[in-house]
Each structure stands twice: as structure tokens, then as C-alpha cells.
Unconditional design. Sequence first.
Length: 70
Amino acid sequence: MNDQQARGERLQIMLTPDELKALDDWRFNKQMPSRAAAIRELLRRGLTGEGFAFADRHTKSKNFGVIEGE
């Protein structure tokens, strides 16, 4: 089974222009083959990471940004 067959769920996200630039800059710096690969790597790192606060269940999605100060 190849990677495309193993991934059956599509996820769509909206990013600000600054967030997209940060993603692309990180991707090119790490020589990732695609945005999707970069996002999967960042998710892997985030899911195994420590030291973050859990969100209140009433917190809105718009309150979670990638770039400080947004």
C-alpha cells in the first residue's frame, strides 16, 4: 500500500499570508518535498511535544495562530 492509499482523509485549513510564508520558509529550510509533508512533520512534532497549555473548550479556533501577535 502506498502513502496515498494509506491516507484516506483530506484536511483543509485556512492560513493567513504570514502563516503560509512561515510554513513555506520552514519547509524550504528543512528541504521538505511538499507542503503536505511539512505539515505532517510539524504535526508529528507537535503531537509528541511537551510544555503547552490545554485550551478551554470554549476557545474559538481564530484564537490559535501560528505567528506571535496575530
